[in-house]
Design a protein around this ligand. Structure first.
Ligand code: B1M
Length: 212
């Protein structure tokens, strides 16, 4: 099985063509899509983050690596389809106000979709009132929020409060996630569920809605 060295190099350099070719080659040589995602793409983005913390790469390079990773995940999408069935539920998802990170949110959406949920994706930098407006319109089963910055995490309780003020808090379940978010934080702000990664987000969403 691959050590994903060439893939890692391509993503760090932001070489989309090479990274996509390496992802395809990893699939062709028998690596599972889950391993490519966890041991390859996500591990490499963590490495990019560490390099950024050390001042070895800067925002434009980080952005390029993110774009490269996004292209690679497209190849993995078909492998996370659980088969065609009726929608298991509606999930309204977005990255919270002030936050532009969307790779994690997109992976969660991809896995949820693969598991049979209908996804309504509000994108990034979503203010509480936008979550409320769309939730009123589409009546989701779950409102999902993602935050990658410690400075944007407070937008999560703000959104929960906005849902409460709009009178729809008890009509939806709230799930949160993102690298700085914890189970403890979810409990503190009154979210119904927390997931540390895209795979467990699916498991937790099913549990929230009583689906096995
Ligand atoms: Co940013 N960034 N960034 N960045 N960035 C981090 C998050 C950081 C940890 C890097 C570092 O310093 N080591 C740091 C945050 C520190 C902190 O607050 N704790 C940071 C910073 C500081 C910044 C800026 C402030 C930098 C600057 O401008 N000086 C700036 C902020 C911009 C803004 O948002 N307003 C910034 C900008 C960017 C880019 C735009 C360049 C780019 C994002 C591009 C994009 O997303 N389209 C970027 C990137 C790529 C990163 C790192 C390197 C990678 C993030 C990522 O995609 N990880 C990141 C370092 C790191 O995380 N190690 C970093 C891979 C992804 C699969 O993981 O998103 O955690 P993650 O998602 C996981 C789980 O968390 C979970 O499932 C996912 C899949 O398993 N999950 C959920 C996520 N959402 C969920 C929702 C759920 C359930 C589970 O339920 C609804």
């Amino acid at each position: 099985m691959s050590d994903f060295k060439a893939l890692s190099e391509a993503i760090i350099k932001g070489n989309i063509n090479m990274a996509v070719a390496e992802t395809q080659s990893a699939l062709d040589t028998g690596n599972s899509a889950q391993d490519i995602l966890d041991k390859g793409l996500i591990a490499i983005m963590n490495e990019v983050g560490e390099r950024f913390s050390k001042g070895l790469v800067f925002v434009p390079q980080m952005l390029r690596s993110a774009k490269t990773m996004r292209e690679c995940t497209k190849l993995l999408k078909p492998y996370f389809q659980e088969g065609n069935s009726m929608s298991k539920g509606k999930i309204l998802i977005g990255t919270v106000k002030g936050d532009l990170h969307d790779i994690g949110k997109n992976l969660v959406s991809m896995m949820m979709e693969g598991a049979g949920f209908t996804i309504i994706d509000l994108g990034v930098d979503v203010p509480p009132e936008k979550f409320v407006e769309k939730a009123k319109e589409v009546a989701p089963d779950i409102v999902g929020m993602s935050a990658l910055l410690s400075t944007t995490m407070p937008a999560m309780p703000d959104t929960i409060e906005a849902l409460r003020k709009a009178g729809i808090r008890d009509k939806v379940k709230v799930m949160i996630g993102g690298a700085p978010v914890t189970e403890k934080y979810a409990q503190k702000i009154g979210a119904d569920s927390y997931a540390s990664d895209a795979g467990s987000a699916v498991i937790r969403a099913k549990k929230l809605l009583g689906i096995s």
